[in-house]
Structure formats: structure tokens, C-alpha cells
Design a protein around this ligand. Structure first.
Ligand code: URA
Length: 493
């Protein structure tokens, strides 16, 4: 039985080349053993004398499938290569349809894809650089990180764009990623010395303390956002036990004050971030990638780039960008208006009162929010301050148009089968006009690229109704809309 030993560096590309070669020679899934080597260039198997599968001339998979395969192959599961090869053969022969979630092997691959995306996201969020002495004109930084899955190569382009004007290295127990003079390179890690400390540590401590909101403290949730195993490499982690201990008292104080302004220190950090942000960019330029100037190629990249967006002035008062949430595996995209006060502080869409209505009614309608990509037409909170409160203001046409670049990008990356517009702003962003929403409600329109659009009202419309009876009635109409959208999606699949 041939054994394919894949190199630790360039694993995905090597698997792809070998899988194609074996499939084209008609080698059946059960006649290959796949294994990860620990070298840079392990030897690949010679073809077996006997082949049992049908030889394939050319293998064509949907773009989405290729992306899922490549991501799932960065999982640590030793079975992933064999599983992916088996799936590749079945998809190519037509005995399996891409997206058939009832298939156990495909379900496993998609679940592993999700795990890997999360791991990449964690690496993007939790790598902490420390400055190193540098003799050249570029500043030099290094970071130590211990991922649970071999995601170093997949995670690196984000850092190269973000920190394109510095030299840096990210060292993991297995791989050292280096970025020097604009070029990225990977090598097997030789030593494990942690980089020296510098003043950046204190900055991170201040930052972490300021974004920590004790009123929202849920140790379990916090640990799943920032699992304990990451703490040891985070300078700010030393603050966590103290913050947890003091949380109850501080939460009570915050509730009593009940401001809807961002905490002063958060605002100070946001101002500081703005002061060091790159100059305003007119278009959807990816900061740090001006030379290539290509649009972000994944949702985490898109979110990072949106963080620097200056396409309209709304960024300057908001605490942070609130990008869409969900994965590229989502079949349905739900579009709201803009983040509200709570969303602005949390950095996540639909977590406030409107989000609660949406969650409850979506669940009652049989929609699994984890399978839905939830976003907004406008990604920054627009408000006017009134005393300590921040009063929601509807975004104007210019802001909606400016932000459509991001919504279009999300549509491009997620490619949902169905989009649901909640409210007139979402409808205007997607179709050019939000007029006549109540007449258009419940109907299905076609977008420019043919994607069906289901129209419904915004959950805050329901919350604003003056009497309880109409709120109850509207909620049940909203639920019926979401159920109709779910059924339509099932028909489309
Ligand atoms: N309203 C919206 O439209 N979006 C949110 O994320 C929250 C409230």
C-alpha cells in the first residue's frame, strides 16, 4: 500500500498535488496511507501497481469546496488527509454532492474547517509582539504562540498585510514564520527562547483592562473567547484573576451609573488607536497591502481591513467596527441596519435588544443562528450624544452607499443562497431603495447577481411599537417571515 508522507511545511499544497496525481491515476481511497512527516520536504509515494478507482482526467470542485478543503487540512486530526482524499474522489465521480451535510465524512470536514477558522482567528487576535533590537531602518518584533492546529502558514498573510512596514517573526513550537523586507518565509523552529520584554507589555495591559467589561463577565464565555491555554503568552493575562475578583463590585457600580457612553478608558484607547491609524483611505484598500491593493480574501481579513475603514466619517465616533458574524459555510445572510449602542461596545452585531428579538424569533422559526451570517448595511454605530446617553441616528444615503463596499465583499466571500433584508436601510443598501418596505415585506426579490432577497421588517420596529398588543402581533408576523425565509432556503438547496 503506498504511503504518502507530507511535509510539515507546505502541507496543503503537497496534499493537493499528491491527491490530484493519485486520483488521475485511479488510485482508490482505501489503498493509500497518508501521514504527516516532520521534515520540510518528505518523499512522496510512488504509485501502486494496481489501481482500482476510475482514472480522472480533470478534477473540478466549486471554489467554496476548495477553500473548505484547504482550511480543513490545517486541522491536527491525523485522519484528515485520508478523509479529504476519499471526499475528493466521491465529489469528482459525482457520488457525493458538495454541501450534503447528511454525509458523515463531509460533515466532519466542515466541522474541522470551522475549528481551523476559529484557531486562525485566535492566532490573529492573541499573538503579542515584543520589540527586538534592530540595526536596520525597519523596527523588528517577535512573538511566541502555541496553536492547537498547524495553522501557521494559513494565518501568516494577515500579519504580513497588517505589519507590512516592520520585520517580524512568529515562533511556534514547530514553525517559525519570518517577515523581512517585505517577504514572508517559513522554517522549522529550532529553539524555544521567548523574546525579550519591552514597553509594549504595559500598553497591552492598559488596553486589556480598558476593554474588559465586568458587567458582561461570564468566566466560561470569556475562557472560550480567550481560552486559558492562551493566557500564558499574553502579557495582559496577569490581570485576569484580579479583574474577575473585582468584577462583581465594579458591575454593580457600572449598573448604578448606567451610562451608555463607552467607558472612558475604552474611548481613550479608541482615540489612541485612531491617532496611530494609517491615513484615511478612499476605497476598500487593505491597509498594509497598498502595493497589491487586492480586496481581503477571507472574512477575518475583511474584518481586520474594515477596522481601518475611512470611507465615511462614522468611524471617528464609534468605539469600533462591528463586522458581520458567521462563516462562509452560512447559507443565509441576514442584513440589519447598523450596530446599536450594545453592539458598538461588544464589537458584535445583534447582541442588544433588537438582537434578542431576532434570536428568539429565529429560534422559534427553526433557524439556527450559527448557520446564518448576520451583518449590517452600515458597520459603525451612528449616534448623537445626549448627556451620558448615545442616541441612535439613522445612517444617511451617503453612509449606506459608502459601506455597501463591505456588504458586497461579505456577499462575495459568503455567497449565501438567500439574503434576508431586515428593514428599509438594509433593503436600500441591497436594492437601491428602501421605499415601500411594508408592501414589499414577505416578498422575494432578485438581486443584481440573481441571489434571492427576502424582505422583512427590522426587529427594532417591533420594539418601538407603542402598545403591547401590536408588539405581540408584529412579533408573530416577524416569526412567520423568518419561517418563510427558512422554508424558501430549504427549497433552494
Ligand atoms: N440593529 C441593527 O440593525 N443591527 C444590529 O447589529 C443591532 C441593532
Amino acid at each position: 500500500m503506498p504511503e504518502v508522507v507530507l511535509p510539515r511545511l507546505g502541507t496543503v499544497a503537497a496534499w493537493r498535488a499528491e491527491a490530484r496525481r493519485l486520483a488521475q491515476a485511479g488510485v482508490a481511497a482505501e489503498s493509500v496511507v497518508w501521514r504527516m512527516g516532520d521534515g520540510e520536504a518528505d518523499l512522496l509515494a510512488s504509485l501502486p501497481a494496481e489501481t482500482t478507482a476510475t482514472p480522472m482526467r480533470e478534477i473540478r470542485l466549486p471554489r467554496e469546496a476548495v477553500a473548505s478543503f484547504e482550511t480543513a487540512l490545517c486541522h491536527a486530526d491525523p485522519e484528515r488527509f485520508a478523509r479529504a482524499y476519499g471526499l475528493l474522489l466521491r465529489l469528482a465521480e459525482g457520488s457525493l454532492r458538495w454541501g450534503d451535510r447528511s454525509d458523515a465524512a463531509l460533515g466532519r470536514l466542515l466541522a474541522q474547517e470551522k475549528t481551523v477558522r476559529r484557531e486562525i482567528h485566535k492566532m490573529h487576535a492573541f499573538v503579542r509582539f515584543r520589540e527586538l533590537p534592530s540595526e536596520g531602518p525597519r523596527r523588528a518584533f517577535a512573538a511566541w504562540f502555541e496553536p492547537d492546529h498547524p495553522v501557521e502558514e494559513a494565518a501568516a498573510p494577515f500579519f504580513a498585510r497588517r505589519f507590512g512596514d516592520m520585520d517580524w517573526a512568529i515562533v511556534t513550537p514547530e514553525i517559525t514564520t519570518r517577515f523581512a523586507d517585505g517577504s514572508l518565509d517559513f522554517a522549522l523552529t529550532e529553539g524555544r527562547a521567548a523574546p525579550p520584554e519591552d514597553g509594549t507589555e504595559e500598553l497591552w495591559r492598559t488596553y486589556y483592562a480598558s476593554i474588559f467589561n465586568p458587567a458582561r463577565l461570564m468566566v466560561k464565555a470569556m475562557q472560550s473567547e480567550m481560552p486559558k491555554r492562551y493566557w500564558k503568552n499574553l502579557p495582559e493575562a496577569s490581570l485576569i484573576p484580579g479583574l474577575i475578583r473585582g468584577a462583581e463590585g465594579r458591575a454593580a457600580e457600572m449598573q448604578a451609573a448606567a451610562p451608555t457612553e463607552p467607558p472612558a478608558r475604552t474611548a481613550a484607547i479608541a482615540r489612541q488607536r485612531r491617532a496611530v491609524s494609517p491615513p484615511p483611505t478612499a476605497g476598500g484598500v487593505v491597509p498594509g497591502n497598498e502595493a497589491g491593493n487586492r480586496p481581503p480574501a477571507s472574512l477575518p481579513e475583511a474584518k481586520a481591513a474594515a477596522d481601518e475603514c475611512r470611507r465615511c466619517p462614522l468611524w471617528s465616533n464609534a468605539t469600533q467596527v462591528v463586522f458581520g458574524e458567521g462563516t462562509t459555510a452560512a447559507r443565509m445572510m441576514v442584513v440589519g441596519e447598523q450596530p446599536g449602542d450594545r453592539e458598538d461596545l461588544a464589537g458584535r452585531p445583534f447582541v442588544g435588544p433588537a438582537g434578542q428579538v431576532f434570536d428568539e424569533e429565529a429560534e422559534a422559526a427553526g433557524l439556527d443562528r450559527s448557520m446564518v451570517y448576520v451583518t449590517n448595511a452600515v458597520k459603525h454605530f451612528k449616534f448623537t450624544p445626549r448627556g451620558k446617553r448615545r442616541i441612535h441616528q439613522k445612517p444617511d444615503a451617503g453612509e449606506v452607499t459608502a459601506c455597501r463596499w463591505w456588504l458586497d465583499l461579505e456577499r462575495d466571500l459568503v455567497r449565501p443562497k438567500l439574503i434576508v433584508a431586515m428593514g428599509a436601510t438594509a433593503l436600500a443598501s441591497l436594492t437601491g431603495t428602501g421605499a415601500g418596505i411594508l408592501k414589499r415585506r414577505g416578498s422575494v426579490e432578485r438581486l443584481d447577481d440573481g441571489t434571492p432577497l427576502f424582505v422583512t421588517v427590522h426587529p427594532s420596529y417591533i420594539l418601538r411599537l407603542p402598545d403591547e398588543a401590536s408588539r405581540v402581533e408584529e412579533r408573530s408576523r416577524f416569526r412567520a417571515d423568518l419561517k418563510a425565509a427558512r422554508e424558501l432556503l430549504e427549497e433552494l438547496e
